[in-house]
Ligand binder design. Sequence first.
Ligand code: NAP
Length: 320
Amino acid sequence: MADQHIVIIGSGPAGLTAALYAARANLTPLLIEGVEAGGQLMLTTMVDNWPGFRDGIMGPDLMAEMRAQAERFGTEVIEGDITKVTLGERPFTLELRDGRRITTEALVIATGASARWLEIGSDRKLAGHGVSTCATCDGYFFKGKPIAVVGGGDSALEEANYLTKFASKVTLIHRRDTLRASKIMQDKAFANSKIDFIWDSEIAEVADVEKGEVTGIVVRNLKTGALQDVSLDGVFIAIGHTPNTSLFEGQLDLDANGYIVTREGTRTNVPGVFAAGDVQDHVYRQAVTAAGSGCMAAIDAERYLEGLPQDLGQAQHTVA
Ligand code: NAP
């Protein structure tokens, strides 16, 4: 089995753990970082629920450690953004935006999920001009200013709490009258005097697209239909994520929400292609479960390669 190769797409906890296990199995993996190197934990501050760190660890520090550990055992990490995959022929072919082509006998997909937008038009148009999906990236720009956070899950409440460090006031807008977030997060938000809530409501429009900056929002009450103008300087959207699977449409089985369907561990419908982390998990979506499934994918891939005829099993990935 020595020197058999495998390619992993994605550099979050799932991809890097798959790389660590594949490297330790002597598969000399090639890992393609993807557009958001390090994944969602790069956009977080303190991670308090990663086992082994009783005082927590900063998200970017955790990812740097994971990457160094994967590299220590022989993972080759390359920057790159894949624009096309061909999974119908073996070896599988991956094409990068810069023209490089990679072939491999086994593939682990760990491309994760990306922040969702409101799909009202004005939110996207004002992205980077007062509308953001990342509090830790952009919170600093709203020192002393009123802002809104949209969503009722753990992300929204975590962001709202975090943003009170900067903002003069945080208005949380949720489409129902009960929050989805965990009780501990709810208690923290309710106890924070800088956070107030608008229930049963959605943002109908973010103003002012013509001016090119956020000056306020129009909030629609979903029970009464009443519209309300709220003046503020920033909007943070925290309404969940969409799996990064558009590359695989038509080639892999996806569920109704676009997540890769896995069975018997991390296997997809194409033998030799495995999926791990948020790209295939809409239930747990934790860093630690993503890492666990990355480990599973590497073990599943190793067993798959062992079962190939010797000439194929010893094929290596090539980069041209
Ligand atoms: P989530 O749990 O799916 O919550 C998304 C929230 O956005 C829900 O409240 C949902 O409303 C709302 N929403 C969805 N689409 C909307 C739309 N189009 N317009 C308005 N509101 C919309 O997502 P998440 O908060 O990102 O959390 C994802 C996972 O990560 C969860 O398992 C969570 O526990 C975990 N997480 C954990 C931590 C932590 O432990 N520190 C921090 C962040 C996230 P409804 O409630 O009505 O569906």
